[in-house]
Design a protein around this ligand. Structure first.
Ligand code: SAH
Length: 379
């Protein structure tokens, strides 16, 4: 098998140097084999990078001088660059991570009493255009490379340091930042494999979560590729309502999505799925929606995460009132579902769900197309 590296994003450094963080452990072993080096060199490099936080190839003393020199000529270990760090009054941190091509994505750390969750981006922008999400409203530029995804975790881990007892502060990673991770399958799964790998961050399967808007073929592929937790952004119990919120639903309607989720959690795979449901005032937060949701999810080993809608400039939607949220939760719990309401965090630094916009060049020129449409209808 050829070395596994970024497939659809050319991130090679000027001069064509290969970024060693674009490989997962297996890919890196294959890379060293292709250089006629022993595969265990991969293990040495990964330990330096992830266990010793030492990304300078020149300082990896156990590689030997000749190999270090050779690697110095053909390879590099390259990360995004932290452009800005913001800290919320509630302890949430947000970083704007600059990429070599001038784009930037956002990464968020949410500390809680017993865990610390890092929310990582998978794409620059997002092509799915969910009507309630600030990222989608901005258009799509490109997929992130494996190095740009795992690099967010590495940089955040370095910035956060350790707890007083020596524990790492990042205990969980969720692919819930900018982008649709299953539309960047190869790079996202390679990066998640480094999050899971003992040579990387060594996180348990249930602590690494991929969140999808419902890309059905991707869910089946993920099932066979990697052992991680799955979250599905549902937001509505019926197709017409869901298609208005998540346009991808027109391609993969709820029944197909449920089949894929059922398969993901089947006996053989012993997993659960978390459904995310953003509560939007007067849109999807009525008791009848809650009752239909119970019917839909009752027979599936799953959890429901209710997310109060987070507003962003230009949106028409509003967050559901606290009474509507409490009533919704009561109905689904009475119906036998396990449901939690996600606390909104990092509001003062625009770090809450759906508020990440980063900074990028819109290759889809969505803003122009929208302007054209408006002009058309006026003629
Ligand atoms: N594309 C993936 C991952 C990114 S979104 C997905 O759709 O799952 C992460 C979560 O935040 C999703 O559940 C998304 O629906 C939710 N979200 C997006 N915009 C939001 C907003 N304005 N308020 C609350 N939640 C939002």
């Amino acid at each position: 098998m050829p070395p596994r590296a970024a497939t659809d994003t050319d991130t090679s450094a000027p001069g064509g140097r290969v970024n060693l963080l674009d490989f997962d452990a297996r890919g890196l072993r294959d890379f060293f084999t292709s250089l006629d080096e022993k595969p265990y060199r991969a293990q040495q490099v990964l330990k330096w990078v992830f266990h010793q936080a030492e990304p300078d190839i020149g300082k990896m003393t156990d590689l030997g001088i000749a190999l270090r020199q050779r690697l110095g000529e053909i390879a590099e270990i390259g990360f995004p660059e932290v452009i800005r760090e913001q800290r919320s009054v509630d302890g949430t941190c947000k970083w704007l991570m600059g990429l070599a091509d001038g784009n930037a994505v956002e990464t968020v750390f949410i500390p809680e009493p017993k865990r610390g969750t890092l929310c990582v981006s998978s794409q620059v922008g997002c092509a799915l255009n969910c009507s309630f999400c600030a990222t989608g409203a901005q258009g799509f530029a490109r997929n992130l490379s494996t190095a740009e995804i795992i690099g967010q975790v590495w940089l955040a881990a370095r910035a956060l340091g350790h707890e007083r007892n020596g524990q790492r502060r990042i205990t969980n990673v969720v692919m819930m930042g900018m982008g649709e991770p299953l539309l960047n399958f190869d790079n996202v799964t390679a990066a998640m494999s480094l999050m899971r790998d003992d040579l990387g961050f060594g996180l348990a399967a249930k602590r690494v979560t991929l969140s999808t808007a419902g890309l059905v073929p991707g869910i089946y592929r993920l099932r066979d590729a990697l052992d991680v937790a799955l979250a599905v952004s549902l937001h509505a119990p019926v197709d017409d309502l869901r298609s208005g919120l998540v346009p991808l639903n027109r391609k993969y309607p709820i029944a197909e999505l449920m089949r894929a989720c059922r398969d993901y959690v089947s006996e053989k795979h012993k997993r659960t799925v978390t459904f995310e449901y953003t509560l939007i005032d007067g849109v999807n937060d009525r008791p009848e929606h809650a009752r239909k949701l119970v019917k839909l999810l009752r027979s599936l080993p799953s959890k429901l995460n209710l997310i109060p809608f987070n507003p962003f400039p230009g949106t028409q939607y509003r967050c559901s009132g606290s009474d509507a949220i409490a009533r919704f939760q009561e109905i689904v719990m009475d119906g036998g579902l396990i449901a939690t309401v996600r606390k909104t965090r990092g509001e003062d630094i625009d770090a809450a769900c759906g508020q990440l916009t980063g900074q990028f060049f819109d290759r889809t020129r969505r803003s122009d197309r929208i302007k054209m449409k408006i002009t058309d209808t006026r003629q």
